[in-house]
Write a protein of this length. Sequence first.
Length: 128
Amino acid sequence: MTDLTGRWSGMFSYPALLPPNSFEATLRDSGGLISGITTEADDDPFGSGATLHAVIEGRREGNSVTFSKSYDDLGRAPFAILYRGTVHPDGDEIEGRWEIPGIWAGTFLMVRHAGVSEAAERRVSEQV
């Protein structure tokens, strides 16, 4: 099993003709329990252009990852977004789908920043 702890860069697409949006995430994987934070630009054409922050919580089981993302600005986004993805064999990419149940859905891809995976693996092996 790959520890997903680290810094990640990602991109998510919308179901409409809107361009994809990028995000940054910091994940902590504690025995398969995933927690973390994300930041992204407010790309809504009517938005403020500010940076949006969110908290994520979820699980990793084998090569499957599920988590929910909740923005800290509930006035802007008062709903949780559900993510389901697959960890690539090298442990440095997660690809899948996101969904706001009954409203919208799309795809996402996350790539771990170089060097973080090796550091996480060293920490895990040192603890064993």
